[in-house]
Design a protein around this ligand. Structure first.
Ligand code: AMP
Ligand code: MG
Length: 358
């Protein structure tokens, strides 16, 4: 199986603490003092610190600047790991694994909150976003790694357990109909990036770049005050990018079939499933990028609009009162982006795009 992160971030800002320059003899006598001061200031300067770790089934890269960076990154990493333990389908003690295992259990307030949001987005997207796809994803081997194209009979049986009406919530207790299981893989990273960003800001960090696989959240601006640059991968040529978003204080989330897939009998089968057919969504879109200050919405919609396809995605954006913008890349090589990104999106050389108006 292939698993790659679809959004690359430019980390091209190399920060240099300010250095004293002595231009005359008088200044030479002040050099020790200036050196001492520059050492002190270095702690509050642009010095960038970063870390990579594996969580939520993906490689994460977090970077931050300033004197609180180390402490902020520690707290953000702890928070992401805590949420991984809460939502993971593979950690037997997680709320979701316990629920999938027993069919009925009490869960934390945060899990309840994410289930409620998932239900809401499921209904808004005409069930294109559906956290009950687990039995279908399992048949395809996306959890075990034993990939196979399921036979239609098995697929139909699994599909009968898919649908949010198979999930009942009563106070803090959640009950699943027999055969129904949950997978928060299309929304949990959005929740985690939102929490990580909040926590890092509370630590006093004003400039950070959090990349949770394909989920990016940028805090503030780059240390030099310019916007962060988030590149959108060309799905047909994943070593290249199709364009760059210039942004601050926002989430940028991409879903693409090229992120995770396997090949069988000369065909490619990716991990974003159409809950109606049980097959990998074949909507004519190769990737969907959502830009929103609401990380959870961005994550869920990148998946949902990928399933819905170009026309329904455009209709959804036009009709929606939610605050989000999008970039769609189609199988026939077109790039379309919503008008709110007109000043933020720049195409890479040789790429063409069309703006979607309200
Ligand atoms: P994302 O990368 O955010 O688009 O999420 C894709 C992941 O969410 C997959 O690896 C599955 O675990 C799960 N998934 C697949 N299809 C759907 C769907 N239609 N709705 C919700 N979750 C899905
Ligand atoms: Mg998603």
């Amino acid at each position: 199986m292939h698993n790659r992160s679809q959004v690359q971030i430019e980390h091209n800002y190399i920060a240099e603490p300010s250095r004293p320059r002595a231009h005359c003899l008088f200044l030479n006598s002040l050099l020790p003092l200036i050196f001492a001061l520059s050492f002190l200031l270095a702690g509050c300067s642009f010095h960038e610190t970063s870390r990579d770790f594996f969580a939520m089934d993906t490689v994460m890269h977090l970077s931050a600047s300033g004197s609180h960076a180390e402490q902020g990154l520690d707290a953000a990493e702890d928070e992401i790991n805590r949420l991984d333990r809460l939502f993971s389908i593979s950690n037997a003690d997680s709320d979701i694994a316990r629920l999938n295992q027993s069919g009925s259990t009490t869960v934390s307030d945060e899990t309840l909150q994410l289930l409620a949001r998932s239900k809401e987005i499921n209904s808004q997207t005409g069930c294109a976003f559906d956290i009950t796809v687990y039995p279908v994803a399992s048949l395809w081997g996306f959890y075990s790694g034993n990939f196979q194209v399921p036979d239609q009979k098995a697929l139909s049986a699994a599909l009968s357990s898919v649908g949010m009406d198979h999930v009942q919530v009563n106070h803090s207790s959640v009950t699943l109909d027999s055969g129904t299981q949950l997978d928060l893989g299309a929304i949990a990273k959005g929740y985690a990036s939102n929490r990580a960003a909040k926590i890092i800001e509370e630590s006093g960090v004003t400039s950070a770049n959090l990349s949770l696989g394909g989920n990016v959240h940028v805090v503030g601006t780059k240390p030099d005050g310019s916007n962060w640059k988030v590149a959108i991968t060309d799905p047909n040529n994943t070593d290249h990018y199709a364009g760059v978003l210039s942004v601050q204080d926002t989430a940028v989330v991409t879903s693409g079939g090229y992120e995770r897939f396997f090949q069988a009998d000369g065909k490619t089968y990716h991990h974003i499933l159409d809950p109606k057919t049980g097959y990998p969504a074949d909507s004519g879109l190769l990737s969907v990028t959502i830009v929103s200050q609401d990380d959870v919405l961005a994550d869920a919609l990148s998946t949902a609009l990928f399933v819905m396809g170009e026309d329904r995605a455009v209709d959804f954006w036009r009709a929606s009162t939610a605050n989000f913008e999008m970039v769609l890349i189609t199988r026939d090589g077109r790039i379309r982006y919503s008008e709110g990104l007109e000043s933020a999106f720049s195409l890479a050389a040789d790429y063409k795009a069309e703006v979607i108006h309200r």
